[in-house]
Design a protein around this ligand. Structure first.
Ligand SMILES: NC(=O)C1=CN([C@@H]2O[C@H](COP(=O)(O)OP(=O)(O)OC[C@H]3O[C@@H](n4cnc5c(N)ncnc54)[C@H](OP(=O)(O)O)[C@@H]3O)[C@@H](O)[C@H]2O)C=CC1
Ligand SMILES: N[C@@H](CC=O)C(=O)O
Ligand code: NA
Length: 432
């Protein structure tokens, strides 16, 4: 019974988890694929560094060729991160007929289509379950579990770091910088956490989800992105006061063949199922025309949860090897991509405005909304201490994005308005 040999690119948070699961769950792996699984060689940057798992120095290398062109290695697991250099390593590995498993959403969001076609041309598998929502088997669920359905909406918390930060700010009143540091120490954040807090990491995951869910070639540039770095304590406390929870939400929806994909801090009613997803946990809500509502919940980041998805992909590769069917799973998109224009994107909005506390100010503001046919669901007006200003907090009913943007521009020009302090999308009132 010949063992399957694995080469790792990277031995950090996720790579260490992969080594640990392969060791600790060897009996289960053998039972599933009928042969032992062994890690043969591991690419790292610094061989002398202390590791989270015990591994002999001889297995480590700083030369990528020792992994991707090693005739003893059957499967390359990429958990090093990075885009351009890593893309080249994976192209080389696939051309050397190695199957590939990756956790790299940065790479798959940009070069996924290209890499999948190179994999198919070379009769190789390329699996990437860990790239979206860590340990939650969401890609497999879209591709296999919901294969027969037409997906019309996906809405999710797909970044563990920002969910951890917003949870601690909301529940404990913690300071943004402190909690970000904690998320970094726990291994949730990317090496450059800007991509977490500015929403880019979630946007990459939403592009991958939309591609699979809607069977269209969705580019990263098609995703509109806003992160959480400008969310303030006041925004959070006003949202709470109005019965909402702030979350970084990714939305992908399809209507009449046209799609919208966005990532932004969003207010959800406190009773909404996604509002109860806290800390580093992720959840993805998927609506299919036939199945209706489904929701997938679990850890979106961290060593062992993410490594579980990676090693499960490895099992998928090994099962295909036994059946001799590697390289046959990539399916070309069914539909031409069509994006919704701002006139066709509807949402509710939360606004915090500081305005002059004088007669007529309020009606000046409200008439701007009514002229565009936008009505209010909730409204709050409070004087700002030691000033002649008032804080006006509004939640609108659904409005077209184009109308909302025009209202915002005109609000800023209104003499009674000191400043539009913040605006957020509101989702999930009435239905999910
Ligand atoms: N952390 C998480 O929770 C999740 C991470 N991911 C993705 O998994 C991947 C890995 O993340 P993570 O484990 O957190 O990252 P880490 O920074 O913890 O680990 C990266 C590893 O890759 C090695 N490495 C990086 N660049 C090079 C290079 N140029 N040459 C050789 N070795 C290199 C590092 O070597 P050395 O140790 O010597 O420095 C390190 O072992 C990323 O794509 C990330 O987006 C996906 C889901 C969740
Ligand atoms: N930095 C990411 C890690 C998983 O993809 C996150 O915080 O979700
Ligand atoms: Na996943």
């Amino acid at each position: 019974m010949k063992a399957i040999h694995v080469g790792l690119l990277g031995l950090g948070t996720v790579g260490s988890g992969v080594v640990k699961i392969i060791e600790d769950h060897q009996d289960k792996l053998m039972h599933q694929v009928g042969c032992p699984v062994q890690v043969k060689k591991v690419l790292v940057k610094n061989i002398e560094k202390d590791r989270q798992v015990h591994i002999s120095k001889e297995m480590l290398t700083t030369n990528v060729e020792d992994v991707i062109n090693n005739p003893d290695i059957d499967v390359v697991i990429e958990v090093m991160g990075g885009v351009e250099e890593t893309r080249q390593h994976l192209v080389d590995a696939l051309k050397a007929k190695k199957h590939v498993v990756t956790a790299n959403k940065d790479l798959m969001a940009v070069y996924g289509t290209e890499l999948l076609s190179i994999a198919t041309e070379n009769g190789c598998d390329l699996f990437y379950e860990a790239s979206v929502a860590g340990g939650i088997p969401i890609l497999r669920s879209l591709v296999d579990g919901l294969a027969s359905d037409r997906i019309t909406k996906m809405m999710g918390i797909v970044n563990g770091t920002t969910n951890f930060i917003l949870t601690k700010m909301t529940k404990l009143g913690s300071a943004y910088d402190e909690v970000l540091k904690e998320a970094q120490d726990l291994g949730y954040a990317e090496s450059d956490p800007t991509s977490d807090v500015e929403g880019l990491d979630a946007a990459r995951k939403m592009a991958i989800l939309a591609r699979l869910g809607f069977s269209m070639h969705v580019d990263l540039e098609d995703v509109s992105v806003k992160g959480i770095s400008s969310v303030t304590d006041d925004d959070i406390s006003y949202s709470k006061r109005l019965g909402y929870t702030m979350k970084l939400i990714g939305i992908a929806q399809r209507e009449n063949g046209k799609i919208e994909v966005a990532v932004e801090p969003t207010l959800l009613p406190e009773t909404h199922p996604l509002a109860a997803v806290n800390d580093e946990f992720n959840a993805v809500y998927v609506y299919g025309e036939a199945v209706g509502e489904t929701m997938f919940y679990g850890p979106g980041a961290g060593s062992l949860p993410t490594a579980t998805a990676v090693v499960s992909d490895l099992v998928g590769v090994m099962k295909n090897m036994r059946l001799g069917v590697n390289g046959r799973s990539a399916v070309a998109p069914q539909f031409e991509k069509q994006l919704k224009s701002p006139e066709h994107i509807y949402a509710q909005h939360f606004l915090r405005i500081s305005a002059k506390d004088q007669v007529g100010a309020f009606s000046n503001i409200t008439s701007l909304f009514s002229e565009r046919g936008v009505s209010f669901e909730k409204i709050l007006q409070l004087p700002i201490k030691n000033s002649n200003l008032a804080e006006i907090v509004i939640v609108t009913h659904k409005a077209a994005q184009s109308d909302f943007e025009e209202i915002l521009q005109r609000l800023n020009d209104l003499p009674v308005v000191e400043e539009v302090k913040s605006t957020y999308r509101v989702e999930g009132n009435g239905s999910i």
